[in-house]
Write a protein that binds this ligand. Structure first.
Ligand SMILES: C[S@@+](CC[C@H](N)C(=O)[O-])C[C@H]1O[C@@H](n2cnc3c(N)ncnc32)[C@H](O)[C@@H]1O
Length: 556
């Protein structure tokens, strides 16, 4: 989605050189990648552990480094919204007078056909149909436009007018200058551009530290993503002062310590004979002076052997995690992400992504609504059963692991259901007791074609005979099924993976599952879809088809 033009490479390299950054260009080549746009390739064999890019944090672009940093801070704007607004001002208002412009101008908000980069949540309705019914839609609800970004745009427009009124700061033309005349049309046009800035920056941002938050890092953002075998790790000290970015002691920390000491002092019972020293402004000044002296000694000892890259704590680094061979593209990792996340945040998809899943929530709902005989079981599952089963399963997995390792690993509960339980409790905290959504979200097949533990359990539950269903309870209360007391020793039955009735039910469900059909003829009717939208939708849908096929094979 967000690609860099070949002609811009010299601008980026010059910018980095002007910032005294160090890029191993004798060993690395920036050129067109078969994946689209640019990539970075090894010119020679390069050994594990080598750092191929080192930049001082002062040369990355963040809201805190930008020309409007103070204005954003005074207006309490931070995070991605601050970065988006800062980017817009830097590239429109400050432009040639901005230190950052030579780098920022290489970041394009349009694809190579001139279309704005837009996330699927802001595609036109007919293009959204390409993803309807996939996990992108049903599990993550990622086709619904995000309120947050629309509110962000409103905030940005209001601030632009406020800053213009108060001290004449120019309003960014073409972005935040919504016309009064054809207001609605112009508003929507500029909202789309704002969304495109946000999407483009989210596909290129790096999490730097508590001060810079997400920032744009020249050259580092030219490495493409590898799902399973990335070569690089991005190194940056996160724990710095969030007010000034200092990695060690700074005046803000001194002030904080002073306040803490003062509070402690107030709360301590006074002992007459105890000699206390008053922590006052003089003490802070003298501590600050000591710090400054210390700092200048350190700088004098280490500075400028390397052309400005002095303190490693003040730099970001890209370091090789493994050897790379001459000619190979060097890959970064954007995280262990399924195609849903890659598309929603980075604008691309990868065939056969090992983190993909197929969500079965709506497919189960269809049969549950249709069949009267399932009503009681579903009621119990949603109100009690799912929580009970998940907790039992997590406990069982933990015990298995402890047996295997011969020692407790309580802090290392493994995947599936343990994370299900954690996610659910987080979700419930956030959303209140939205138990319908939470149990539905656990119904899926993983990329190997294996149904999730909850999927097996629900299929096993639905196919219980009347006698087996009764025997699940030591005391059953109808109609208040949720008050019934469960025979816990029957829970293992729900985890079984070889029940032929459950396999049959799941096979039927999978065969009836409807995914969008994106064949040549069909897709050409979708007029608003760009080449890249079609390609991404095709990859995502194909990945779900492959998972369904794998699962059907397992079940047969
Ligand atoms: C941080 S940039 C990487 C450099 C990019 N290729 C460029 O030309 O500027 C992220 C963008 O690169 C592309 N990209 C990265 N990894 C990819 C991959 N594995 N497959 C396809 N496109 C990828 C996507 O367009 C994504 O939005």
């Amino acid at each position: 989605m967000s690609v860099t033009f070949k002609d811009d490479v010299h601008r980026i390299l010059k910018f980095v050189a002007n910032c005294n950054g160090r890029f191993e260009d004798s060993k690395c080549d920036i050129r067109e990648s078969p994946l689209g746009g640019l990539g970075v390739f090894a010119k020679t064999d390069i050994a594990e552990g080598e750092s191929i890019l080192t930049l001082n944090k002062s040369s990355i672009f963040s809201a805190s480094n930008s020309s409007i940093a103070n204005l954003l801070c005074d207006s309490s704007i931070d995070g991605m919204l601050a970065l988006n607004i800062a980017f817009i001002y830097e590239t429109t208002v400050f432009r040639n007078s901005s230190h950052w412009y030579p780098f920022l101008r290489t970041i394009r908000i349009r694809d190579d056909e001139g279309h704005l980069n837009l996330p699927p949540s802001f595609w036109h309705a007919d293009a959204k149909r390409l993803l309807k019914g996939t996990s992108f839609d049903t599990l993550f609800d990622s086709l619904t436009p995000e309120e947050e970004i629309m509110e962000g745009f409103e905030i940005a427009v209001d601030l632009a007018h406020k800053w213009n009124d108060e001290f004449g700061l120019e309003i960014p033309k073409g972005f935040l200058d919504v016309s009064e005349e054809n207001h609605e049309e112009d508003y929507n046009l500029k909202l789309e551009k704002f969304i495109s800035v946000a999407y483009t920056l989210s596909s290129r941002g790096f999490e730097i530290d508590a001060y810079h938050e997400t920032a744009l890092v020249p050259i580092a953002d030219l490495f493409n993503h590898h799902v399973s075998d990335p070569d690089l790790k991005f190194v940056s000290l996160y724990d710095v002062c969030d007010k000034c970015g200092e990695p060690g002691m700074c005046k803000h920390l001194i002030a904080e310590e002073y306040l803490e000491a003062e509070n402690l002092d107030k709360n301590m019972p006074k002992v007459a004979s105890m000699e206390t020293r008053v922590i006052d402004e003089d003490l802070i000044k003298s501590l600050e002076n000591d710090l400054e002296k210390e700092h200048s000694n350190v700088t004098a000892n280490t500075e400028d052997d390397d052309g400005g890259i002095e303190n490693p704590d003040e730099c970001v680094d890209l370091v090789l995690k493994n050897d790379v061979a001459q000619g190979q593209e060097i890959f970064n990792s954007y995280g262990e992400l399924s195609n849903v996340f890659l598309l929603a945040r980075y604008g691309f998809t990868v065939p056969e992504n090992q983190y993909d899943i197929v969500h079965l929530g709506p497919d189960f709902m269809k049969i549950l609504k249709k069949e009267e005989k399932y009503q009681e079981k579903v009621k119990w599952w949603s109100q009690v059963g799912h929580g009970l089963f998940s907790a039992w399963y997590a406990q069982m997995r933990q015990e298995d692991e402890e047996d295997e390792d011969g020692q407790a690993k309580s802090d290392n509960l493994s995947d599936d259901i343990e994370s299900e339980v954690e996610e659910e409790s987080e979700e419930e905290e956030e959303e209140g007791d939205d138990s319908l959504e939470s149990w539905l979200s656990q119904l899926y097949i993983d990329s190997s074609g294996e149904p999730s533990p909850s999927t097996w359990a629900l299929a096993n539950l639905l196919t219980l005979t009347a006698v087996q269903w009764e025997s699940l309870f030591s005391k059953k209360t109808t109609p208040h099924i949720s008050d019934s007391i469960v025979n816990e020793e029957k829970l293992p039955f729900l985890a079984k993976k070889d029940n032929p009735h459950s396999k049959k039910l799941l096979s039927k469900l999978l065969k009836e599952k409807q995914l969008p059909c994106i064949k040549g003829d069909n897709s050409s009717k979708i007029t608003s879809a760009t080449k890249s939208m079609l390609q991404n939708a095709r990859t995502l849908v194909q990945s779900e088809h492959n998972i369904l096929d794998r699962c059907l094979k397992r079940l047969s």
